[in-house]
Structures are given as structure tokens and as C-alpha cells.
Design a protein around this ligand. Structure first.
Ligand SMILES: [Mg+2]
Length: 353
């Protein structure tokens, strides 16, 4: 991604419309083929304000109990760079583009002032479900993780049943953990749900499952990591698209994709800090159409965040500016260096693009 400052006032940028009255900020536009103008922040500028944090989590999630993230400040606010540690630079650079957009461009124009969110229940024992859901006041939708390695279908059925007792709308997320026959069997055992997210790994398998069952299918990894988000639509593989700001390269990239996909979208976070969640909330708040609860309540999974979590009230969160505090749980010097090096490599890839 390359930014440049357009010359006139109130110019329509390729990211959206700027409004001088509300934002006394320079506006930018995307010029993918031109050389980087001075307004693209350098890696040094980004690292000047960067803080690498290590946030503790209540429950193991994606196999981790500590979530590392790098946050930095620009003229429009704070941005986050926190691709999961196993992602390569080609994938991670999109996360950096998203962070730069948040810190240097700011949020797109909102169309709503609040966003309905869901509770998230990791692969915990059924007995722990109620306490987890209690952290999300007023939500009417719960996403339950299923197909966890080392657990059985009975565990999934019990966990979903426990959630159903408390909340009317339950969706499940298998993170690609089932084969096609396993997915069909599990969906039959679990019963009616709002949708089944990423039952299998590939978009082709999703399409197969979708033909075989009556519950709606949602695509997450098939959009976020496929390199070709439209393939899901071409294959008829899903009824719902789960979109995340950072892996897609920013709020405006998410809005553009939502506009193109012929299906419902849900905006979700990727275990983001409050800085990343803010970008997700801003993207969701800017969508012209949003019919389902969004997965933006994952700040509840941290024992401590970089800023106060988005408070969920009556099942919704409201867009707001996030300012990390000064007393942050910083990562070790070694891990901080690792993140700085990673940012530099990804920045070089972005500039080269
Ligand atoms: Mg998912």
C-alpha cells in the first residue's frame, strides 16, 4: 500500500471520502503503481512510537496463552501490527498495511453508531460456558468453538447445548477442523445453529458440506488466507463471509470486499488488542448493510489489554478512539527486537509492492 497526499480540499480518495470539517487531517489516496511519496511513513517513524506488548489470556486460544502485538501511533490515532507469529512476511505485510491505515488515515465514514457483537466461547468444558457468556452483557448471539484437537463430538454437543440454554442464537466455528463426512455428522449431532463457520479447510470442501446440510455455512479462513476471497463466492461455498480488518489489509479493503461479495458479512477480530478491535468496530460501523452480530468482543479473552476493552452494553459496542495507556505489559527485549525486525521486513515488502 502506498499513500500520497492529494492536492485539493475534500478530495474523494480511493479509500473513501474525507471531510475537512470533522477531520483536520491530510487526506490520502491509494496509488498502487507510483513510488512511495514522503507521506508513507518510514519503518523508523513507525518504530519511533512502537510498543510491543505481551497480553495474558484467560483461556488458551489458537494454542497461545500470551498474545504479542506491536502498536504504534500516527497522526490519525493508533495502529496495530500483530500477525500471528507463524505467518510469513507476505501474509503479515497486509496486517502492517491495516495498522498504517488506522494510524495515518483513520476510520472511514460511519453509517451507524453501534455494532451488535457476539460472545465467544473457546473449547472449554460445558460447565464453564455460563461464566464466559456472563462477560458479554446483553448479547443475543454466541459463537462456540468446536472441533478442537483432542476433544470429541460429545464435548462439542455439550458445549453448544450449554450455550443454547443461555442465548437464543448460537453459531459454531470449527476452524477447518473437520473432514467433509465429519462435518456432516457433527452438524447433524449439534442441530440447528445460526451458521457453521469454516467446517473444513478448503473452499471446495465448504461447498460440498453446504450442499449436504441445511444450516448456513460461513467462510473465514477460506477468505482470509486463500489469496482469493472471491473463490468462496464462485464456488457457492458459503452463505456468510467472516471478514477481518488486519488480514485483509485494512478497513477500506474490508469495505470494498464486503461490497463485492454476494453474501451477508460478519466483521470479526483476529485476537486483536483494543487498538485492532477499534479498527474492526470502525469498519463494521461503516458497512452499509450489517444483519448479524460481529465477533468484536474478543477483548474479553485478555486478562489485560493495551487500553480498556470495548465495553459491551446491551449486546453492542460503540466506535471510539483508543489510546493505549503508559503502563503497558511490555514484551521482553528479545521479543521486542523480533517484532521490530518483522515490522521492518514487512514494511520493505509494502514499499516494494
Ligand atoms: Mg473463525
Amino acid at each position: 500500500m502506498v499513500f500520497s497526499q492529494p492536492s485539493g480540499r475534500n478530495k474523494q480518495s480511493l479509500f473513501g471520502t474525507s471531510d475537512d470539517r470533522k477531520k483536520p487531517m491530510p487526506t490520502f489516496r491509494l496509488q498502487p503503481k507510483s513510488p512511495p511519496p514522503p507521506s508513507m511513513p518510514t519503518a523508523d517513524e513507525l518504530l519511533d512510537t512502537a510498543k510491543v506488548v505481551a497480553l495474558g489470556m484467560h483461556t488458551r486460544f489458537r494454542g497461545v496463552r500470551v498474545r504479542e502485538a506491536l502498536v504504534f501511533q500516527g497522526p490519525a490515532g493508533w495502529g496495530e501490527f500483530a500477525p500471528f507469529v507463524e505467518y510469513d512476511d507476505a501474509e503479515a505485510k497486509l496486517w502492517l498495511a491495516a495498522g498504517i491505515e488506522a494510524a495515518y488515515l483513520g476510520a472511514p465514514e460511519p453509517t451507524r453508531d453501534s455494532v451488535r457483537v457476539n460472545a465467544t466461547v473457546p473449547a472449554v468444558p460445558a460447565a464453564d460456558v455460563a461464566a464466559l457468556i456472563a462477560r458479554y452483557p446483553g448479547v443475543d448471539t454466541v459463537k462456540v468453538k468446536v472441533a478442537e484437537p483432542g476433544q470429541s463430538l460429545d464435548d462439542d454437543v455439550a458445549r453448544v447445548a450449554a450455550a443454547r440454554e443461555l442465548v437464543e442464537n448460537v453459531r459454531i466455528d470449527a476452524n477447518g477442523g473437520w473432514t467433509v463426512p465429519e462435518a456432516i455428522e457433527a452438524i447433524a449431532a449439534i442441530g440447528e445453529v445460526e451458521y457453521v463457520e469454516q467446517p473444513c479447510r478448503t473452499a471446495e470442501e465448504l461447498a460440498e458440506v453446504r450442499k449436504a446440510v441445511s444450516v448456513p455455512i460461513a467462510a473465514d479462513e477460506s477468505i482470509r488466507r486463500s489469496g482469493d476471497p472471491m473463490r468462496v463466492a464462485q464456488l457457492g461455498a458459503a452463505d456468510v463471509a467472516v471478514l477481518k480488518v488486519a488480514p485483509l489489509g485494512g478497513m477500506r479493503a474490508l469495505l470494498n470486499l464486503a461490497h463485492t461479495l454476494p453474501m451477508d458479512v460478519v466483521v470479526s477480530s483476529a485476537l486483536d488488542t483494543a487498538v485492532g478491535i477499534a479498527a474492526g468496530v470502525n469498519a463494521a460501523a461503516a458497512l452499509p448493510n450489517l444483519h448479524r452480530a460481529c465477533g468484536l468482543g474478543t477483548g474479553e479473552l485478555f486478562t489485560r489489554d493495551v487500553a480498556p476493552s470495548f465495553r459491551i452494553e446491551r449486546g453492542v459496542v460503540k466506535p471510539r478512539r483508543v489510546e493505549p495507556g503508559i503502563d503497558l505489559p511490555l514484551a521482553s527485549p528479545e521479543r521486542t527486537q523480533w517484532w521490530h525486525d518483522r515490522l521492518r521486513r514487512c514494511h520493505a515488502e509494502l514499499v516494494r509492492r
